[in-house]
Design a protein around this ligand. Structure first.
Ligand code: PLP
Length: 419
């Protein structure tokens, strides 16, 4: 469900014509719909009604401070994975008691910042990290609330690059080791183990891996409680998939129902870290056709957006729906939609049947709200795109297009190289 729709064969975001927005912003541009973001959050959050819970939006999916602020204002928290994301969450006004921090390589500085900010809990991902946190706690003479990110060794049946809960993955700690570490922490006067956490992967389209994970995490909580370790929070991560093409993803209500069934009467506060399901279909990426190039059997639609803007097709072979911003009744042909970057991997679609496009026409790449801008780069010295948030008939530029000066910000030429 989203608020991008066609009116008289022209693509609209809520009450605004995409082409009209683009006249002001230029291309390439990300356009997000506030109404869609709000609706997704409310459906997701509402589905867990009856069970104490916090929806900690996974900032990595789309870390623009306005997007984080949308969820903060609706009562959400933040799942962060770096000091940079802690900064963003704070700038977006997320209260620290609604922030959880995962990540396999937190630096000492990042950990200290998180402790100073007094966030809800740090999800520990290795024994080495636990030792560092323990030393920091002693130095700072401060109690630190923690959980262990347990690797539940469950196959989420998704793309290998976004699978995180298998033994071979770098994430989390296997249960036998986690149990020993919880026992050690119970003797440590500064470490407060208040939670058990996990995250098994992303774009998961079946409920069974989630149910399996929750069941095993619940068992762990009971084992810890039997040992006198009072676990209060169960953080089950994110990972719920969405429809990009024709996949059927579980509805958040089905997902919530299954989880609520497992957790009722446990006295646990559930923490959820959804990313993609909140923002994925809340955003489109709009680019302009620069050239139509025909070579032997193939037609390339060369647009002014590229893999540096939206890397998912190049990185995972991910599918994104593509449609012309103005629908015309033209013949359909098979094309590759590509960007200007000097890599054969720079494509948005291969062998896609699309209406014939002309130079100067606009295309919308759908489902671009998650892992779009947040994974973008300056590769080929391309300026990163503008980001726009639409609410009803108003739009707001929530990130300006980078300037050429931004491209060399912080760079300098040593004296001996100057002419
Ligand atoms: N939590 C953690 C620890 C993650 O690593 C991720 C994504 O990789 C998420 C939450 C969000 O996942 P998704 O966007 O699939 O909901």
């Amino acid at each position: 469900m989203n608020f991008f729709h066609y009116k008289d064969n022209e693509l609209y975001c809520e009450d605004l014509s995409v082409a009209e927005i683009v006249k002001k912003t230029g291309t390439p541009v990300y356009i997000y719909s506030y109404k869609t973001l709000k609706r997704h959050f409310e459906v997701f959050d509402g589905a867990f009604k009856g069970l104490p819970h916090i929806v900690c939006y996974s900032c990595k999916a789309n870390s623009n401070i306005s997007i984080i602020a949308v969820f903060g204002r609706l009562g959400g928290g933040a799942d962060i994975v770096s000091g940079g994301e802690l900064f963003r969450a704070s700038m977006a006004g997320i209260p620290p008691e609604r922030i959880v921090y995962s990540g396999v390589g937190k630096t000492k500085e990042e950990i200290k910042d998180a402790v100073k900010s007094d966030i809800l809990m740090i999800n520990i991902e290795s024994e080495a990290e636990l030792n560092v946190i323990s030393r920091i706690a002693e130095q700072m003479k401060k109690e630190i609330r923690v959980s262990i990110r347990v690797n539940p060794e469950i196959d989420p049946k998704t793309h290998p690059y976004i699978t995180t809960g298998l033994k071979k993955n770098k994430f989390g700690i296997i249960w036998e080791d986690a149990l020993r570490l919880y026992k050690d922490m119970a003797k440590n006067k500064y470490l407060l183990p208040i939670g058990v956490s996990s995250h098994i992967g992303s774009q998961i389209l079946e409920l069974s891996p989630f149910i399996e994970a929750v069941r095993s995490l619940k068992d762990m909580v009971y084992q810890l409680r039997d040992m006198g370790i009072g676990i209060r929070y169960l953080d089950i991560g994110g990972g719920l998939g969405i429809t990009y093409k024709d996949e059927t993803a579980p509805h958040p209500e089905e997902y919530a129902e299954a989880i609520k069934n497992e957790l009722k009467d446990t006295g646990l506060t559930l923490i959820l870290e959804p990313g993609r399901v909140l923002v994925g279909n809340s955003g489109i990426f709009v680019a302009e056709v620069i050239y139509v190039k025909k070579v032997s059997e193939k037609t390339f639609i060369i647009v002014d957006g590229a893999m540096n803007d939206l890397i998912r097709p190049s990185l995972y072979g991910a599918y994104h729906e593509i449609s012309p911003v103005h629908r015309r009744h033209s013949k359909k042909i098979k094309v590759d939609v590509v960007g200007p970057i000097c890599e054969s991997g720079d494509f948005f679609a291969k062998d896609r049947v699309l209406p014939q496009l002309k130079e100067g026409e606009l295309i919308a790449i759908h489902g671009a709200g998650a892992y779009g801008f947040s994974m973008s780069s300056n590769y080929n010295s391309r300026r990163r795109a503008t980001e726009v948030l639409v609410s009803d008939d108003r739009y707001f530029i929530i990130r300006k297009r980078e300037t050429k000066k931004d491209l060399i910000k912080g760079e300098s030429i040593p004296e001996f190289l100057r002419v």
